[in-house]
Design a protein around this ligand. Sequence first.
Ligand code: GRF
Length: 213
Amino acid sequence: MSQVQEGRTPLKIAVFASGSGSNFQALVESLRASNAPAAEIALLVCDKPQAKVAERAERLSVPAFLFSPKNYPSREAYEKEIVAKLEEAGIGLIVLAGYMRLVTDTLVAPYYGRMINIHPAILPSFPGLNAIGQALEHGVKVTGATVHFVDGGMDSGPIIAQRVVEVREEDTEDSLAKRIQAVEHELLPQSVRLIAEGRVSIDKRKVNVRLGD
Ligand code: GRF
């Protein structure tokens, strides 16, 4: 925690997730563990009301906006509602952590530079679905995790942080996913903290991270 940060209101974050939510939980717990958190998870946005992440939010007392896309006439309609919820909650950063829907300009335009995603591969390798299966299939010897800004393309935005995980001969998708997730649970909170402390800026494709002080 930098001195500059002390006394500042914590940055309010919305996590978007569709499934298990282990990254959501890791983020909540990591931020809460700090004496003077730079950020707090103020909202979960989830398109699958039955998902395990919704239970985690309840257990951790994080407010949630749970919605079913089929109840809306279009993607634009539910994204507009999401934007209204984000504004109402004073959200300054969106974290996509296993949100299994494309986000369009309705969301990306107002939050460009304030929306990040975590992907289980070293981008630009293996974007899209089943990145871990793609990596195994390709026979790479290393893969890992990437945190990047969202630009509306498929896992294509400017890269903030990456961490490598070695692929073992005997790896299955499950065993490799476990080791990648353990890395994600550190990389995502670290990246969020850097953003909340104002250390991250975007210069076209390049993200500059100011460490130290
Ligand atoms: C993570 O591996 C993340 O990289 C990907 O989806 C997975 C979500 O896992 N985008 P969890 O729901 O956080 O456990």
